[in-house]
Design a protein. Structure first.
Length: 298
């Protein structure tokens, strides 16, 4: 298949591109700075979001669009300017993807649009599946809601990949979580009771391809492992894997001082289950945290 990916240079985009190329698909990476000098069989870079860019001229015949584009949530304090960048980058990318699709003579079969479990808000008691409709009014949930609505009328089957905390060996949240333990200073973050809904990067890639291949899947799909854990259990498991103590707590007030509003990403939990993936027959490669960490730390 011909598959176009916006945001292909990020953590998920690189892992997905690698697997798609291994499966002999043709991959088109939409980039602000198309790196034509990178000659890889099956891989083409296409300029987009520039004033004079016409990516649709190179994308006729593309069967799948994957939109992963957007400013990182965790790369800086959530100042007013930073929040605007986070929101605008997502809405602009979704809007441009829709424009490109509309300009093509032959429409793709599916659009996979990145999203996040931040849609559901945080809770120490609720269990969220894709059928949950109640949302709080906070920055994360409002951002995800606007993002999904912007991408929702592309005119093709659309899947909103609501990502949990993605675990990878070199990128994502895990390397930063491991560092205190490697320095013998790891411990409970905040109360430790907040639930972390996590997923292995390999399951992100496999589940995305599963959504492409299974036409009955559309709308919101939770990309989380079926066995979330609280932060205390998560830290204890890291300590066990690394043979390091889990002893030095990080108080909530300290993280709030350091991170500001962004501290919600680690201090307030949510139990999110992948109901639709399981109902549609997806089998997780890494359903359990210990096996997941063992594969990433090997």
């Amino acid at each position: 298949m011909k598959i176009a990916i916006a945001g292909g240079s990020g953590f998920v985009g690189k892992a997905l591109t690698t697997e798609l190329l291994l499966q002999k698909h043709e991959v088109y990476i939409l980039s602000r700075r198309a790196l034509q000098e990178q000659k890889v069989d099956g891989l083409t870079y296409v300029n987009w979001l520039g004033a004079n860019d016409r990516p649709e001229l190179q994308l006729e015949g593309v069967e799948v669009f994957i939109n992963l584009a957007g400013e990182s949530l965790s790369s800086g304090r959530w100042t007013s300017a930073r929040k605007k960048q986070i929101v605008d980058s997502r809405l602009t990318a979704a809007r441009e993807i829709k424009r490109i699709i509309a300009a093509l003579d032959t429409k793709p079969s599916v659009l996979l649009n990145a999203s996040a479990i931040g849609y559901y808000g945080t809770s120490s008691e609720e269990i969220y599946t894709e059928s949950a409709i109640k949302r709080p009014s906070d920055f994360l949930s409002d951002t995800v809601d606007r993002w999904e609505k912007e991408a929702s009328d592309a005119g093709v089957r659309t899947v909103f990949m609501r990502f949990g905390v993605i675990l990878g060996d070199k990128e994502g949240a895990l390397p930063r979580m491991l560092l205190p333990y490697k320095l013998f200073g790891g411990g409970t973050v905040g109360s430790g009771r907040q639930v972390l809904s996590w997923i292995h990067i390999q399951d992100v890639v496999r589940a995305a391809i599963y959504c492409i291949e299974h036409h009955a899947l559309s709308g919101a799909v939770n990309f989380t492992a079926p066995n979330p854990v609280n932060m205390n259990a998560f830290g204890s498991t890291i300590g066990k894997m690394l043979k390091r103590p889990h002893w030095l707590p990080v108080p909530a007030f300290m993280l709030k001082l350091l991170l500001g509003e962004m501290s919600v990403l680690v201090l307030e939990g949510q139990t999110v289950l992948p109901e639709r993936l399981i109902q549609h027959g997806y089998s997780f490669a890494y359903p359990e945290l210990e096996d997941s960490l063992r594969s990433l730390l090997a």
